[in-house]
Design a protein around this ligand. Sequence first.
Ligand code: ADP
Ligand code: MG
Length: 315
Amino acid sequence: MIEIKNLTKYYGDKLALRNVSFEVREKELLGLLGPNGAGKSTLMNILTGFLASTSGSVSINGHDILEEPKQAKRLIGYLPENPPLYPDMTVREYLKFICELKGVPRTNHPKQIAEVLSQVKIYDVANRVIRNLSKGYKQRVGLAQALIGKPEILILDEPTIGLDPKQIIEIRNLIRTLKKDHTIILSSHVLAEIQSVCDRVVIIYDGKPVAIDTPLALSKKMSGSSRLSLTIGSVSELIVDVLRGIDGISRISKLREENGILQFDIFADPGVDIRRDIFEAMAGNDWPILEMRMNELTLEDIYLSVTAGAEQKGG
Ligand code: ADP
Ligand code: MG
């Protein structure tokens, strides 16, 4: 239903999306999870036709977003990162304006507006000026404008960002009710947000999907793997090379080097216990192991490791 093929996006020389391909199924709630700067908003802006990709294609129910933009866009309701609300309008005036923008026949305006007002539960503020609404209510008005025109697909960019915990729960519940009648793509940089409501998750990092699956399958895939914290009482440069020579290690990252001590985080393949091999390799070189601790990996671990990488790069 939504086909994303080989999308690449450059902003000048900055590569923001790297050859992204995946599909979104009908009536699916797909979560786009990734740290700030991963490319979520860029991808959503391309899916909705607000931004042109550098290469690649997007097809919405068979309509190419660039070749048949009218047909494709009619199927999509979009809540961008910063919804274009007009602060001086009342909620009702604003939604009427959106009806006109989206070409809803004038005779249908009152009925459509009444419907979306009740869908997102903002009937009581319909005649208030948008400027004076709380952040939570403004976000609902943003959702309401996305729903005008009865689009099949909703694309919601971090709809809970900046809301308090109570408002977050309310928006989350609202999204759950919208799921019955819509295909939804929801982005967030918060794992819990995505894990609790989504059918499938795309984890995006540095412009590229690094994992696509159901939250359960992702957790399971991870649960066989493990992360080992290893502290060695030597700073020999050969230690990393020796570790690299051990089978079953998928990734080694050096965390710290100080006072003659080296500390590593080591990711092991599912079902492999590398502790004995590490012990033998270190002992054979007279590198004392000061600590070795193994932890099962959860979905949160991979997301945290991805996020930590992003923070190091950004900061
Ligand atoms: P996210 O929504 O996941 O936080 P974005 O899609 O906003 O990520 O940004 C992806 C990358 O592209 C970031 O490195 C960001 O700085 C860069 N970027 C976004 N918009 C622009 C722009 N208009 N011009 C230049 N770089 C941009
Ligand atoms: Mg964003």
